[in-house]
Design a protein around this ligand. Structure first.
Ligand code: SF4
Ligand code: SF4
Length: 294
């Protein structure tokens, strides 16, 4: 039941996030008032159908403009983005990655293509902190142009979601953009192709190793109001949670690991021994939630 519910929500969120179809007639992206707000998951601002801003694009824009803003005594530096993402993190940790992110959803769908499945070493999970620190925070803050503005490094050089949702459709829609295609576009296309191929063989490779948004939310997994709990006495190490987990986690190695996206699959369907439960403000919710969801 919970897996079906998650699929419905992932599908609905993907369509809601990208529900501006006026671009078909105008050839332009939506720039109305909703773009002042962020989606909770990765969803490119420049996708022609996107109605929200992307949280990672917004974070980079803050760091890219913070110096010039402060120099000009403008203290409007987008703290609401930190507030918005921090509030979500404090409430539910990485839950948006599992339920509300179109690019995460795409990875799960592509991984269903029959093939030999492989794993990657667990240290690769720290890659996303590299991208968060260098590409989202440090480079936009430090490397500035003659006007004092930095660049959105992650969007410009890495983000495969941006290439898929915005780069490719916009160059197809706008002939003037096709004339501007250069090395940068081809580099990003290569990144996208590599990640799309990796999705076939590896469970959620982008979320596990690169996504700075997942990195940001992961800091909250251990302290959020909704958390998960493991009962070692009940666990028989059957490894069913590991086989089912979209992030390739062994739950018994630690509840609330950095890569847990709170899909609740292990809790609702994998563990037949009652070793996994969900807690809300420190109170175990096993019976109430499980009766409703399983
Ligand atoms: S499915 Fe449950 S019993 Fe089996 S290894 Fe995971 S936590 Fe332990
Ligand atoms: S550990 Fe459980 S809740 Fe976390 S991602 Fe894996 S299956 Fe989902």
């Amino acid at each position: 039941m919970i897996n079906i519910l998650r699929r419905y929500i992932q599908t609905a969120i993907t369509f809601i996030n990208n529900s501006y179809f006026g671009f078909i007639f105008s050839g332009k992206i939506y720039q109305g008032q909703l773009k002042s707000f962020c989606a909770p998951g990765l969803n490119c601002y420049s996708c022609p159908a996107a109605i929200w801003a992307c949280p990672i694009g917004s974070l980079q824009t803050i760091f890219a403009s913070i110096r010039i803003s402060l120099q000009n005594f403008k203290f409007h530096i987008g703290l609401y983005i930190f507030g918005f993402l921090g509030t979500i993190g404090m409430l539910v940790g990485r839950f948006p990655c599992g339920w509300l992110c179109p690019f995460g959803f795409l990875q799960e769908l592509i991984h269903k293509i029959p093939s030999k499945k492989i794993n990657i070493p667990s240290w690769t999970q720290y890659g996303k902190y590299f991208f968060l620190f260098f590409f989202v925070i440090l480079l936009p803050l430090v490397v500035i142009d003659q006007f004092g503005y930095g660049m959105t490094w992650f969007c410009k050089f890495v983000c495969p979601a941006g290439t898929l949702e915005a780069g490719i459709p916009m160059t197809l829609l706008d002939p003037s953009l096709r004339r501007l295609i250069g090395v940068l576009f081809y580099n990003k296309l290569i990144v996208l192709i590599i990640i799309l191929i990796a999705m076939v063989f590896i469970r959620r490779p982008f979320c596990r190793t690169i996504c700075p948004l997942g990195g940001f939310y992961s800091f909250f997994n251990k302290i959020s109001i909704v958390r998960m709990r493991h009962d070692d006495k009940k666990c028989v190490r059957c490894n069913q949670c590991f086989r089912d987990c979209p992030m390739h986690l062994k739950f018994y190695e630690g509840a609330n690991q950095l890569n847990c996206i709170r899909c609740f699959k292990c809790y609702a369907t994998s563990c037949k021994y009652g070793a996994i439960s969900v807690e809300f403000v420190g109170k175990e919710q096993q019976k109430v939630i499980k009766e409703n969801l399983v």
